[in-house]
Design a protein around this ligand. Sequence first.
Ligand code: ATP
Length: 359
Amino acid sequence: MAVVGDDRTSTRVELRGVSRSFGGLRAVSDLNFSIEAGEFFSILGPSGCGKTTTLRLIAGLERPDRGAIVIGDDVVAGGQCWVSPERRAVGIVFQDYALFPHLTVAQNVGFGLKGWPRQAMRLRVAELLALVGLERLDARYPHELSGGQCQRVALARSLAPAPRVMLLDEPFSNLDADLREELRTETRRILKERGTTTILVTHEQEEAFALSDRVGVLDRGCLQQVGTPPEVYHRPATRFVADFVGKADFVPGVVAGQGVAAAIGTFPLTGPGWEAGQPVEVMIRPDDVDFTVDPDGPASISGVRFLGASVLYELTLPGGLKIHSLKSSTRTLAPGTRVRMNIDAAHVIVFPRERACNE
Ligand code: ATP
């Protein structure tokens, strides 16, 4: 297997039934998904759900207990197969940059190019430094750089040997908001231009949505859903995804006929397999809840959160049920205002009470 490939060669990655435990703890459980060549894919989930373990398995820093990992045409882990990390042609950027403090910027970027002819290495390093906008800082040492500049060097260093796959482990989380925004947009542009298959690990939904072609959501080592950002947001496959991705209210109800009877109205059911009388929860996103001011309305505004362009209202209904509504901030209403609520029923999603896949 070639270690250094052409920059523009992109590669598919596939996980087939991959599990990994530490002692008695299942860090990841029966992971099955694939990332298409040239795709920007995010693994999204809360702390401890197995994101880093998944990246480390793909990189070859961990061995799966079960299952197989395929990169391009090569089975790199599984059964009798094992390809060492340095032969997988995978680049990694970690949260803490991990630059070599005693090497200059240029030497850091050239680190993975051992064995290259001197002139070719020099050209390659210059090309990468220009790509990340650091061509004038080649002689500096890491302690003479800002956090954002260090992260650019780390990116350039990982890109230098032309990896088939780039793995990004929360690489932007130590940066301040403005720099984070700039650097992540730029990182996506660079990787997309090169056609590098990229897997980003993050616990931030906004980051995953802003950067990714598709997102895989993990909970306690189990893959809950893979989809485009709009699919994951609007059609969450599980109660966990609905709750973790964006804000949502969950209203208890019961399956009745073709719909769900809940305290705040009747909603359509999605998909087959429901039983009459089955207890369910109806997920309602605040952007699907509208209301009008009505002195005789049954609900009242009990909370107002100004978010800039929009305002998130908490509405309290008779019986104490609380529902959130997102509205433009051109006019902000005061707590205590009586209102009449209107829910876009076409967008609600119904969930049964569910059990975790590793319970
Ligand atoms: P975070 O966002 O906090 O970095 P994560 O989603 O990346 O979390 P992992 O680091 O993959 O989660 O860890 C998943 C689980 O496996 C955690 O419970 C963690 O404590 C455990 N774990 C990971 N690596 C090891 C290890 N080498 N030995 C023992 N337990 C481990």
